[in-house]
Design a protein around this ligand. Structure first.
Ligand SMILES: CC(C)(COP(=O)(O)OP(=O)(O)OC[C@H]1O[C@@H](n2cnc3c(N)ncnc32)[C@H](O)[C@@H]1OP(=O)(O)O)[C@@H](O)C(=O)NCCC(=O)NCCS
Length: 199
């Protein structure tokens, strides 16, 4: 097993709305994915997951899917800095991933990290995003970050992302209007923020 293992989680039964992450008492629960640090062996699957959203949605503002080689470069760059890049695994299958990159490169922003989270298309809506974001927050705190931010395109397809971040304590911090453009339309971005510093 590569790197740290954050936890084992159990999928949430679709009919069940309980909030706890441990559903082992639930009759329909089944063993869930393992959340671990992403290794280079996961990068090809990560590229495939991401390429789908680049080509078919505005949840990312890239227009041309990065190659596997470019994805390796991004992964290596983050890991060299000790920043977290996690995958959710079912056996050896990558179901989704999340990472935290620098919010800005200038040194004064070093304590602030920005989330990215993408699930394989058919793994959405089953609580997997929660498992990944929970582990990512833990990893960012271990890294020593003080603040986490999420920059989310304002679109009906990203309602789940906003809701997911809210669930984990991210609060609306603003809205940038028409700062992006994709598929011939202007794109607004929602800014969300979560402190990792105890009040
Ligand atoms: C965004 C994403 C990571 C969320 O993960 P997920 O496992 O699908 O989400 P969950 O099942 O954990 O649901 C999170 C919450 O959002 C809600 N939600 C999910 N999709 C929703 C939708 N279309 N409309 C309204 N609420 C939605 C869920 O009900 C849940 O709310 P709750 O906390 O009140 O129960 C995942 O859907 C995804 O990869 N989406 C495509 C890529 C993307 O948009 N990435 C984010 C870029 S900023």
């Amino acid at each position: 097993m590569h790197g740290r293992s954050y936890n084992t989680f159990t999928y949430q039964c679709l009919a069940c709305t309980i909030e706890a992450m441990d559903f082992s008492h639930h009759p329909n629960a089944r063993p869930g994915p393992l959340i671990v640090d992403a290794g280079s062996e996961h990068v090809a699957a990560i590229q495939q997951i991401y390429a789908h959203y680049v080509q078919n949605s505005i949840c990312t503002m890239e227009e041309v899917a990065p190659t596997v080689a470019e994805m390796h470069r991004r992964h290596d760059a983050l890991r060299r800095e000790g920043l977290p890049w996690l995958v959710a695994l079912d056996g050896t299958d990558v179901l989704g991933y999340a990472y935290a990159g620098r919010y800005r490169s200038r040194v004064g922003y070093a304590g602030t990290l920005e989330t990215s989270i993408y699930l394989g298309n058919k793994h959405q809506g089953r609580g997997l995003g929660q498992a990944l974001l929970r582990a990512l927050i833990e990893a960012c705190a271990q890294f020593g970050a003080r603040q986490m931010v999420a920059v989310i395109v304002d679109d009906e397809g990203t309602v789940g992302s906003v809701r997911l971040h809210q669930r984990f304590g991210f609060q609306h911090a603003g809205l940038f209007c028409a700062v992006g453009s994709k598929f011939g339309r202007d794109v607004d971005t929602i800014l969300m923020q979560r402190s990792l510093v105890a009040p």
